[in-house]
Design a protein around this ligand. Structure first.
Ligand code: FAD
Length: 451
């Protein structure tokens, strides 16, 4: 059918290596970029506050880059199935293209739309762009999904290498008649009362150009020391690409190929492998954020929630230095170093005996890289209830972790200096006692599993 092509942008806010955009350009009709803010479709989890902040700036950047190339970005709000169809009608579009999503409700929406649009005679195609390996293509010898990381990643590597990234288009010709669009500011994605985003503004520059710059800098300056220093939160040795990958400002294919070209990036690439694995697990377990992957954990005897303990954790007032530093880094910047995420999560679950889902929700709201798979997957990993998870009885001791990974206290000095000047609150729990209580609770889970 003739008529403009719509590129429905979702978690792929970029022009380079964007197969949906490439397909639209190949059709030789005007291109309309579309982004739908969907807080309404059943099952789709509304974005958290920090994610909304990032989204605002990333959309502003994408819109500007499309306009520079002659194109346009239409913003609309509402349930995606309705809004996309309305946009197709309004623009008399002949085709709609998108890059795939892998969450359960999102897949249902996309499948329904694909069928409905095709019935209306509209061309529709979806593409692989956000993962290196489509989740259903990686299978065990028995043809089943993986539940352990190492064989999963080995199987990925035995598949054909990820395709080469597509070049960035120089022109994106838009329609003659502008399609109606919401104003980005009217979406109120930025916090105002109060404006808590000053730390985010200091820490980040969302958008595709900054993402590409960061990748280049990381490969040039940090890749060589990554294996050695990646666990030290004060070393600044990791890529800080997580929000960029989350929002698709840079594709995993670009990261993969540029890393391979830079050489010696096996350990770093295997971290991208964890991202692939988390999405593989989510694809096969869409309720990963709410349900224990290992059902025996349903019997975990969580004590009644003490809101004051949860709040102390959220705001970095537990009296435990590394945990408080991490939670303050998170609150200020929307990010926390991976080692500290593990320690802070372990402390919540195993020292405060608070259900991992409360932690997952807080991270969902405060992380700029919060994503449907990685967040829930990692929380379940720490809890011991997940795929290939750390065994529950392995309880991080936050003091030993600090000695090992922040021996000079540089990270604690940066984010929670009160711990070095003696002004910090006393620890809200005794690490040894709570550790024993957590192990007792775990015995209960083990007994339930045997019954
Ligand atoms: P690098 O070390 O440079 O790694 C490169 C990339 O690999 C990352 O950008 C990320 O995409 C991927 N990656 C690295 N580690 C992991 C991992 N353990 N699992 C999955 N992918 C990984 N990561 C998110 O992207 N979103 C989340 O919501 C998220 N929540 C987490 C919650 C908890 C409790 C824990 C323990 C970890 C969580 N992670 C999450 C994983 C990890 O902490 C971050 O991906 C990492 O800290 C991002 O920093 P980086 O980009 O500098 O990482």
């Amino acid at each position: 059918m003739p008529g403009p092509s719509i590129v429905w942008f979702r978690d792929d806010l970029r022009l380079a290596d964007n197969p949906a955009l490439r397909a639209a350009l190949d059709r030789d009709e005007p291109v309309i970029g579309l982004y739908v803010l969907d807080d309404e479709s059943p099952g789709v989890r509304p974005l958290g506050g920090a994610a909304r902040w990032w989204l605002h700036h990333s959309l502003a950047s994408l819109g500007e880059r499309l306009r520079e190339r002659g194109g346009t970005l239409v913003l609309r709000r509402g349930p995606a199935d309705r809004v996309v169809r309305e946009t197709v009608t309004d623009a008399a579009a002949g085709a709609v293209f998108w890059n795939r999503r892998y969450g359960g409700p999102e897949r249902d929406i996309d499948a329904g739309l694909k069928a409905a649009l095709r019935d209306d005679g509209v061309d529709v195609a979806s593409f692989a762009a956000s993962l290196l390996f489509e989740p259903w293509t990686v299978k065990t010898g028995a043809g089943t999904p993986f539940s352990v990381y190492s064989p999963f990643w080995r199987a990925c590597q035995a598949l054909p290498s990820p395709r080469d990234p597509l070049p960035e288009p120089r022109e994106v010709p838009g329609p003659r008649r502008a399609a109606a669009s919401d104003a980005l500011d009217d979406w109120s994605l930025l916090p105002t009362a109060p404006d808590w985003a000053a730390g985010l503004r200091d820490a980040w520059e969302p958008g595709e150009p900054a993402a590409r710059r960061r990748l280049r800098e990381f490969l040039r300056d940090d890749l060589a020391s990554y294996d050695r220093a990646r666990d030290e939160p004060a070393a600044g040795a990791t890529s800080l690409l997580s929000p960029r990958l989350r929002w698709g400002e840079v594709s995993p294919h670009t990261v993969w190929h540029e890393t391979v070209a830079a050489g010696n990036g096996g350990r770093f690439l295997s971290e991208l492998g964890w991202r692939e694995f988390a999405w593989h697990i989510l694809y096969h377990h869409p309720d990963l954020a709410t349900r224990n992957l290992r059902p025996e954990f349903d019997a975990f005897p969580w004590p009644r929630l003490k809101p004051s303990a949860l709040e102390a954790w959220q705001h970095g007032r537990t009296g435990v230095a590394l945990v408080d530093a991490g939670m303050k880094e998170l609150w200020r910047t929307g990010y926390m170093h991976n080692r500290v995420r593990m320690v802070a999560a372990s402390f919540l679950i195993k020292n405060l005996l608070i259900d991992w889902r409360r932690g997952e929700e807080w991270f969902w709201d405060t992380l700029v890289d919060a994503d449907g798979a990685n967040n829930a997957f990692n929380w379940q990993w720490v809890a011991g209830s997940g795929a290939d998870a750390a065994p529950y009885f392995r309880i991080f001791n936050p003091e030993l972790q600090a000695k090992k990974f922040d021996p000079d206290g540089l990270y604690v000095r940066e984010w929670a200096p009160e711990h070095l000047s003696g002004d910090a609150p006393a620890p809200i729990v005794d690490l040894g006692e709570t550790r024993r209580a957590a192990l007792d609770a775990y015995e209960h889970v083990k007994r339930a599993a045997r019954r």
